[in-house]
Design a protein around this ligand. Structure first.
Ligand SMILES: NC(=O)c1ccc[n+]([C@@H]2O[C@H](COP(=O)([O-])OP(=O)(O)OC[C@H]3O[C@@H](n4cnc5c(N)ncnc54)[C@H](OP(=O)(O)O)[C@@H]3O)[C@@H](O)[C@H]2O)c1
Length: 247
């Protein structure tokens, strides 16, 4: 089936206070996106960003609050409803405290909730059967950390790997349908998540990430960002364990 490509005039963001999400929203506003639905845990920061978008670009912005720790709870009775948008962007995620998670299962579960289990209800609500037959896009931020468990952050890596596999299944389910799923395996981005943890030379700016993604807005599939993480992670995946144990 052929369908007409549609410009991004409306966006729904989970994790809208993330540096990467803000850059994508700003770039999109410049490109003519008119409606923003911003979901974050920190309402004050979210409202502040909404004001910035409204005042700088004259766009319509709605804000919503959520906490992925609560969303991950099986007993949560909240009804997860998501309206129609041209792009659904999931940038929520957290490194957490990797040292603590080694000995404290609560922290391990918090990391899992912020990067995977808390997102499942939202992505399920987005990817309902009717929507998969509509022209829209889902972009989910995973990480190169999903490619191999490393001693330094295996809770985060495991949660991102689960998120990647979940979204890859959805991506394949959407094969031949107008709904496009794009999984971004990001390397280091110079945000508060990476600063002090990654060598500056390996970091790209959130603006660069936004520009790269928006260059090909109708892309679907799994992509490494920047692209050179693909060969690098191929090497990392096949490193012998005595070398990988130092990572
Ligand atoms: N920065 C990197 O080097 C890097 C590398 C690879 C992949 N990534 C991934 O790229 C995405 C964006 O990263 P970033 O660096 O822009 O992140 P960031 O600035 O640290 O933002 C993280 C976002 O996740 C939200 N979040 C965290 N825990 C949450 C919870 N319990 N409930 C609701 N929201 C929660 C934060 O909301 P609040 O502000 O409201 O807490 C914030 O919007 C993330 O998924 C990250 O894992 C980043």
């Amino acid at each position: 089936m052929k369908w007409q490509k549609k410009n991004i005039k409306s966006i729904w963001v989970l994790g809208s206070t993330s540096e990467v999400a803000r850059s994508i929203c700003r770039e999109l506003a410049v490109l003519g996106c008119k409606h923003f639905h911003l979901i974050a845990r920190n309402s004050i920061e979210n409202e502040r960003f909404a004001d910035e978008l409204e005042q700088s670009f004259g766009v319509v912005v709605n804000c919503q609050q959520t906490d992925l720790m609560v969303d991950a709870n099986l007993n949560n009775k909240y009804i997860f409803e998501v309206g129609d948008f041209d792009l659904y962007l999931v940038t929520a995620g957290s490194l957490g405290d990797a040292e603590l998670a080694r000995v404290d299962a609560e922290e391990a579960l918090r990391i899992t909730a912020a990067n995977y289990t808390g997102l499942v209800r939202w992505i399920t609500a987005i990817a309902n059967p009717e929507r998969l037959n509509k022209q829209s896009r889902l972009w989910v931020f995973s990480s190169v950390a999903a490619d191999r468990g490393r001693p330094s952050n295996y809770h985060y890596g495991a949660a991102k790997a689960a998120l990647t596999t979940f979204c890859e299944g959805l991506l394949l389910r959407c094969n031949g349908k107008p709904f496009a799923v794009r999984i971004v395996k990001a390397g280091f981005i110079s945000t508060k998540m990476a600063i002090g943890k990654a060598p500056a030379v390996l970091c790209v700016s959130p603006r660069c990430v936004a520009k790269k993604l928006l260059k090909r807005p109708d892309s679907r599939g799994i992509e490494y960002l920047p692209f050179w993480w693909l060969p690098l992670m191929l090497v990392v995946r096949f490193l012998p364990s005595f070398v990988a144990s130092k990572l």
